[in-house]
Design a binder for this molecule. Structure first.
Ligand SMILES: Cc1cc2nc3c(=O)[nH]c(=O)nc-3n(C[C@H](O)[C@H](O)[C@H](O)COP(=O)(O)OP(=O)(O)OC[C@H]3O[C@@H](n4cnc5c(N)ncnc54)[C@H](O)[C@@H]3O)c2cc1C
Length: 476
């Protein structure tokens, strides 16, 4: 086999994709995985590992799979990565972008090899905590940032309490459509937290039921705020409150809970407003709702400005999403249900003071796009209502609150805050925050900060917390 050619990955056909709300990518067969693993060049300088926000040793598991050691590959994967089942299906694989083979052919299918490691290797491994420490730590928010921080602190021996406003943890992972992530994967991963000293408190909302400062007063010695950005940004146009208008996150969450069923009459013509990954997820999910119908994605700028990944965009094209560019929403029409979206044409205006292209609306260019469902996917912001101003959060460009200091501590001593733009970035942020909290507590109690121990209780520790993902130096 030519080393520069990837072992092909099979996908569902267009027809099957629209018929079933199921995974698109098929896993490698065992022999295919071995062949793909053998393509790895075992680079002395593993850019793939360095490009990963959690420095997952992907070079290591590629090589082990090439040697048919699937148990070793699974152990190595899980050593660094307790959300491996989720990531082997959803990660945007920054490792593959940095793979040296990308310059010579097609990068190693590192994400699919992770899946093979877990599928063909012994992967029901349990983590064990190090010797118990006394300092209690609270984590607010159970998305991947909070989960990873809880894991990293608990394997260091800290007792952790994780507070989550919903009745379930996982955060936005729960909104990822079933054609990218099946329901089982998150469940399998979460079971790995079982042996650790973590108290899970669900259905409690910071800012309403308790505050981070209140947790310090109760005796927690450090608090991590990892609440993400899950409040939908609104369009603020007339008609947004009409039945039939959904915001993307509740829409996707409901689709995952009960595909199609919650929406009564399925949309015959659905308009999705936005052009990022979440908008594409909403549009592609809507395609699965509208058999024989139509899904239109409306964006106020052109194709070159779309933020969605190439994979999401081509997925949308294959599945028949129609793109309408240079239209800005102006109003939503309808009496007791949405009937149409009024849009105005847009065009590029003169550059602004910073030289960026501005957008202007074209006078007298209104038109109405008839539809019976609209999904608004124009971003999210953090909801910090009920948090007092003392924390003085800064907000990332994607909305989540962060502490202003390099280690993400806020203006309230002992309270840290962070988040991430993808699952693996969020995990990297959680890992950094855990290291910062451990260092803060070590200093306070006059002991040395602890490196991360081998989470399986052996003598094979994971790599140190990755450099370059610290607050001050990292622009997510
Ligand atoms: C539709 C969709 C698809 C995505 N697809 C992918 C993908 O394929 N691959 C990928 O890598 N990334 C994907 N992402 C991005 C990824 O899910 C996020 O970057 C990641 O979940 C952020 O993690 P987080 O822990 O910082 O925040 P979140 O995941 O938002 O978690 C925050 C948690 O805090 C809780 N919370 C909020 N406020 C409070 C409060 N006041 N009190 C208590 N708890 C609170 C929330 O309920 C939530 O559980 C997707 C996101 C969306 C929305």
């Amino acid at each position: 086999m030519d080393r520069y050619e990837r072992v092909p990955i099979r996908e569902e056909s267009r027809e099957d994709r629209l018929e079933r709300f199921a995974l698109i990518d098929h896993p490698y067969l065992l022999e295919e995985a071995v062949l793909e693993g053998q393509r790895c060049l075992e680079c002395a300088m593993p850019y793939c590992v360095q490009g990963c926000p959690i420095t997952q040793d992907c070079r290591g598991y590629n090589v082990l799979i090439g040697q048919r050691d699937f148990d070793g590959a699974a152990r190595l994967t899980l050593r660094d990565n307790p959300l491996a089942n989720v990531l082997c299906k959803t990660c945007y694989h920054f490792c593959e972008d940095d793979c040296i083979m990308a310059g010579r052919g097609i990068p190693i299918a590192i994400r699919h090899l992770k899946q093979a490691a877990l599928q063909y290797g012994k992967s029901d491994l349990q983590y064990v905590p190090a010797k118990r420490k006394e300092e209690r730590i609270a984590i607010v928010g159970g998305g991947p940032t909070g989960l990873m921080a809880a894991w990293d602190l608990a394997v260091r021996g800290h007792p952790v309490t994780l507070f989550e406003q919903e009745g379930f943890v996982g955060g936005q992972i729960n909104t990822i459509p079933r054609y990218h992530l099946d329901e089982e994967s998150l469940k399998i991963d979460l079971a790995r937290w079982r042996n650790l000293d973590i108290t899970w408190v669900t259905g409690r909302r910071a800012g309403v039921d308790f505050t981070p400062k209140g947790l310090l007063a109760e005796g927690y010695e450090a608090v991590l705020v990892s609440i993400g950005a899950s409040k939908p940004r609104e369009l603020n146009i007339p008609g947004e409150e009409l039945p039939g208008v959904y915001h993307a996150l509740p829409f996707l969450l409901a689709m995952n809970a009960q595909p199609g069923g919650l929406f009564g009459r399925t949309g015959r013509r659905v308009v999705v407003i936005g052009a990022g990954d979440v908008a594409l997820d909403a549009a592609r999910s809507a395609r699965r709702l509208t058999k024989g119908g139509e899904v239109l994605l409306v964006y106020r700028r052109g194709p070159e400005d779309m933020k969605a990944t190439p994979e999401e965009r081509s997925g949308g094209e294959i599945e028949g999403v129609r793109y309408i560019f240079y239209r800005a929403p102006k109003a939503i029409l309808g009496e007791d249900h949405v009937e149409g979206l009024v849009v105005e044409r847009t065009a590029h205006g003169p550059p602004d003071a910073k030289g960026r292209r501005t957008l202007v609306t074209v006078p007298h260019s209104e038109e109405t796009i008839e539809c019976d469902m609209i999904v608004v996917a124009v971003g999210e912001v953090a909801d910090v209502s009920g948090f007092d101003p003392d924390y003085d959060f800064k907000f990332s460009s994607m909305g989540w609150p962060e502490g202003k200091r390099p280690d993400w501590m806020t203006d309230v001593e002992g309270v840290f805050a962070t988040g991430g733009r993808s699952v693996v970035h969020a995990m990297g942020a959680g890992e950094r925050a855990a290291a910062a909290i451990d260092a803060y507590l070590a200093k306070k109690h006059g002991r040395a900060p602890e490196p991360r121990p081998d989470p399986f209780g052996g003598a094979d520790p994971p790599p140190p917390t990755p450099p370059g993902y610290g607050g001050a130096t990292w622009t997510p």
